[in-house]
Design a binder for this molecule. Structure first.
Ligand code: OGA
Ligand code: MN
Length: 295
């Protein structure tokens, strides 16, 4: 069966596509990779159902879209890691497969995924694509929601667009976790996750479309008083995450969902804390820091 991509929701023809006619367990062709990249340009999020892949297959698929990013944003100690450095552990599991204790530091840190964000916006070069593979899904809850930041930009009035067009934000995981009251960072973690600058408005290198680049990690705007910066970022995030810009993905085991972090935000929704939720994420790094990319 040939590869085919169509809208996941016919009511929204340009946000979230569903891909059929491909088996991600085998090596894909250059033509298939190009068609998927074209699909990402159009839909920003692509859903692949029924893909029972392992980590090696997920990594091989991911490499078609650029350099792999390592899971250095993780708070787990090396001796606590369940997965290779090429894979982000998006689970609530200990190495032995038991569910993390309610007050475990790794679990509390991971609750930050429930804030609207763009992956690795706290790294000097942020993420291009993220690919999230569902291995075990809880009985209820735990959806992932996506917001279309191109549509959010288009819907701003001209005065607001002019005001934010050239702003530069400071992003750090210390800020996003701090908004949840998670402040117990070691000096080493604070140094590792020092703030990095990111443009607030970016241009997609292939489509030329502008989009808002927001994330829970954004904790300031260069040259602005901090409360005023946080208020504007809160206002913009509220605007950008109105239901008309949002799609909720309801997971089935073996789904793989791929999104473009340059033009979307996403967040996890609450799941029962005692049930296993195990997803594995691979990430493609962007080409350069956003300030070095064409505006
Ligand atoms: C991620 C993430 C959301 C979720 O994998 O980057 O934010 O629903 N996941 O687990
Ligand atoms: Mn994320």
């Amino acid at each position: 069966m040939a590869l085919s991509i169509g809208p996941a929701d016919p009511a929204r023809p340009d946000f979230v596509g569903e891909v059929t006619g491909i088996d991600l367990r085998r090596e894909i062709t250059a033509g298939e990779a190009a068609a998927i990249e074209d699909g990402m340009d159009r839909y920003a999020v692509l859903v692949f159902r029924g893909q029972p892949i392992d980590d090696a297959q997920q990594i091989a698929f991911t490499r078609h879209f650029g350099p792999l990013e390592m899971a250095t944003g993780d708070i787990a100690r090396a001796d606590q890691r369940r997965l290779a450095m090429e894979v982000n552990d998006i689970s609530n599991l200990e190495r032995d497969g038991t569910v993390l204790a309610r007050d475990d530091r790794r679990r509390l840190f991971a609750l930050g995924n429930m804030l609207w964000h763009s992956d690795s916006s706290f790294k000097p070069t942020p993420a291009k694509y993220s690919l999230l593979s569902a291995r075990v899904i809880p009985g209820s809850g735990g959806n992932t929601e996506f917001a279309d930041m191109r549509a959010a930009w288009d819907a701003l009035d001209a005065e607001m667009q002019a005001m934010v067009r050239d702003l530069v934000c400071e992003h750090t995981q210390i800020h996003s976790r701090g908004t949840l009251g998670f402040t117990e960072f070691t000096d080493e973690e604070r140094a590792r996750w020092a703030p990095v600058p990111q443009r607030l408005v970016r241009r997609h290198p292939r489509t030329g479309r502008l989009s808002l680049f927001l994330s829970a990690h954004a904790g300031g705007i260069r040259g602005w008083p901090r409360p005023e910066a946080l208020m504007l970022l809160r206002d913009l995030t509220e605007h950008a995450t109105q239901r008309r810009f949002v799609h909720a993905h309801v997971w089935r085991p073996h789904d793989l969902v791929m999104w473009d972090n340059r033009v979307t935000m996403h967040r996890a929704r609450r799941a029962p804390p005692d049930q296993v939720r195990d997803l594995h994420r691979t990430t493609v790094a962007d080409s350069a820091p956003t300030l070095e990319q064409a505006a």
